[in-house]
Write a protein that binds this ligand. Structure first.
Ligand SMILES: [Zn+2]
Length: 87
């Protein structure tokens, strides 16, 4: 998958509310366990980096915790930064 495809998926995941348009306060790296990625929805295999992402509560927006591929987390961060600049 190309970087731009992954960024499209990240944008879509934000639009659909699967991941927030806010940056995390913490990420925890590990190995995949076959859980689905919140960005691309593909399972995160043990050969891939699995990031547990924690985004804190802000105002009425709840705290969220989700799993993503390391590369999907990078694409998501880029999209969040792009949205922040656009607004
Ligand atoms: Zn992914």
């Amino acid at each position: 998958m190309s970087d731009s495809q992954r960024r499209d998926l990240a944008k879509c995941a934000i639009d659909e509310g699967r991941v927030p348009a806010r940056l995390p306060d913490d990420t925890f790296g590990g190995r995949g366990t076959g859980r689905p990625c919140a960005v691309c929805r593909l399972p995160i295999s043990p050969e891939e980096a699995d990031l547990l992402v924690h985004v804190p509560r802000v105002g009425r927006a709840k705290a969220v915790v989700f799993h993503v591929h390391g590369s999907c987390a990078a694409a998501w961060r880029i999209e969040v930064a792009a949205l922040a600049q656009a607004s």
